[in-house]
Design a protein around this ligand. Structure first.
Ligand code: BES
Ligand code: ZN
Ligand code: ZN
Length: 498
């Protein structure tokens, strides 16, 4: 993980350095650091700016290699708001931090120290800039013998003389906790399924206990005696024993305050079971625990930043495999809630896992609300692509709050419809319901299925099948695991803290 520190600007920082100067819209030419550098470069900076038509708007950058004997490279990074932009200030600055990191990385700065120079107008926004760089710098090279090292490894953020270091460092401490949670979620999603299976996943969660989290584990026997027939049916074809892990965090002044509950699908590999998936692309199904990863990442953030709320995370860790003991299409299972389910398709397994988790969480912990995250349906990828996750809810206030948190945090949600006529489509001839109901609107049917297990509790379901993994890099995200949900839910919790 790259290290980030903050200090006040001084001329000495220009020695053997790689500099990224942040430019806050067209007015950047009046900034004292810009002018100072332009003087040092005898006006050549101004020339470059005019030749390149650089005007300090977000997304723009300008690069000078070896502009003086001591400056190895100088990048101007635009971060002024674009006309009609709907992106929040905080996200724009994160993106600028990410752009600056990328610019420094691409020009390889092995021997030079890396500095971000923050102008007066952005002094108080240094922490989101640092977060953007940290998030962009993620890589997963655990299994590559020839490890790609990340440059720069250290970034020092240079602040104007009158900036409050203590205030900025306190803000960074919160963002740093957030970045660690995002990294944790990305690491979990990146791991192959022969390394990360229910038991090893459980062990990684248990390792978080020292942060101040209480961890309870339900093993197969415990789940059997509770009647988790839906979850256990999914686990039945695998040699790897399943676990439900409950992560509790108590941060509210009132210890008895009802917790917020976050529930995650943790299918460590989804072969489809007997309704087996096609071979092409099946390797991607190691990411089918992205919901659980986000829940674990989130809980770690809440503990690290000592959030003032009570929260519980519940994850169902199972592997969906094919074997002589695997669940068959047509099997009828009995869920923890008592409702019976005809399993018409063993590949619609996520909803079976979540069904038991949702009704158990509701009964046992009486949460004030439940939000579940799951890589639940291929159909949500067809509907929304990779920019938005699907948002389904039985509570319009909760839905609005989540959508707003997503916009603020840069992890966007799109509200999807629900309704009785969809729900009727999962009625079964032999059991209380079936786990599929035909292709049209099948993401909605999955949500309707979950709804049958939440009772009157305020609930939302985030279908993150399209957003948990990125086939190409984006702002603040390298190619691969995104950690989607950690930032969004941390924002959602922060908005409720009192
Ligand atoms: N894990 C998949 C959904 C998925 C698809 C996640 C693509 C990430 C990327 C889920 O368990 C599944 O297989 N769903 C089926 C449901 C169908 C059988 C009703 C699907 O979406 O095809
Ligand atoms: Zn599946
Ligand atoms: Zn799945």
């Amino acid at each position: 993980m790259i290290s980030i520190s903050f200090e006040k600007f001084s001329d000495q920082h220009c020695e053997k350095s790689a500099l990224a100067l942040f430019c806050d819209g067209a007015n950047f030419i009046h900034d004292e650091y810009y002018q100072q550098l332009n003087n040092l470069l005898q006006g050549r900076l101004e020339k470059a700016v005019s030749m390149q038509e650089f005007n300090g708007v977000t997304g723009q950058s300008l690069q000078l290699i070896a502009p003086t004997d001591s400056i190895a490279q100088l990048h101007l990074i635009g971060c002024g708001a674009k006309d009609k932009s709907t992106v929040s200030d905080i996200i724009r600055l994160q993106h600028a931090g990410s752009d600056a990191f990328q610019a420094l990385r691409e020009t390889k700065i092995k021997n030079a120290k890396a500095y971000f120079i923050i102008p007066q107008t952005l002094a108080e926004q240094s922490a989101p800039i640092a977060l953007g760089a940290r998030l962009k710098a993620y890589n997963f090279s655990l299994y590559q013998s020839d490890k790609k090292e990340i440059y720069p490894q250290e970034i020092s953020i240079l602040l104007p003389q009158n900036a409050s270091l203590t205030q900025i460092e306190a803000q960074w401490a919160e963002f740093e906790a957030l970045s660690e949670g995002v990294y944790l979620a990305r690491n979990l999603v990146s791991e192959p399924a022969n390394v990360l299976y229910p038991e090893s996943f459980r062990a990684r969660i248990e390792a978080l206990e020292p942060l101040g989290l209480e961890i309870d584990v339900l093993d197969r026997a415990a789940m059997a005696s509770l009647g988790f027939g839906a979850l256990l049916g999914v686990a039945q074809g695998s040699n790897k024993p399943p676990y439900t892990v409950i992560i509790r965090y108590q941060g509210a002044t009132d210890k008895d305050e009802a917790p917020l509950a976050f529930i995650g699908k943790g299918v460590t590999f989804d072969s489809g079971g007997i309704s087996i998936k096609p071979a092409a692309g099946m390797e991607d199904m190691k990411t089918d625990m992205g919901g659980a990863a986000a829940v674990v990442g989130l809980m770690s953030v809440l503990a690290r930043r000592k959030a003032k709320i009570n929260a519980i995370g519940v994850v169902g860790l199972v592997e969906n495999m094919v074997s002589g003991d695997a669940q068959r299409p047509g099997d009828v299972v009995k869920s923890y809630s008592g409702q019976t389910i005809e399993v018409q398709n063993t590949d619609a397994e996520g909803r079976l896992v979540l069904a038991d988790l949702l009704s158990y969480t509701k009964d046992k912990y009486a949460p004030s609300l439940m939000v579940n995250l799951a890589t639940l349906t291929g159909a949500i990828v067809v509907a929304l692509g990779t920019d938005y996750a699907g948002l389904f809810s039985n509570d319009s206030t909760l839905s609005t709050e989540l959508k707003q948190a997503g916009e603020k945090a840069g992890e966007k949600l799109w509200p999807m419809p629900m309704g009785e006529s969809y729900n009727r489509r999962i009625d079964s001839d032999i059991a209380d319901m079936k786990n599929i109901g035909g292709r049209p609107g099948s993401s909605i049917l999955a949500a309707e299925f979950l709804k049958r297990f939440v009772g009157d509790t305020s609930w939302a379901h985030l279908d993150i099948a399209g957003t948990a993994w990125c086939d190409k890099a984006g702002p603040c995200i390298p190619k691969g695991a995104s950690g989607f949900g950690v930032q969004l839910l941390n924002q959602f919790v922060a908005d409720r803290e009192h």
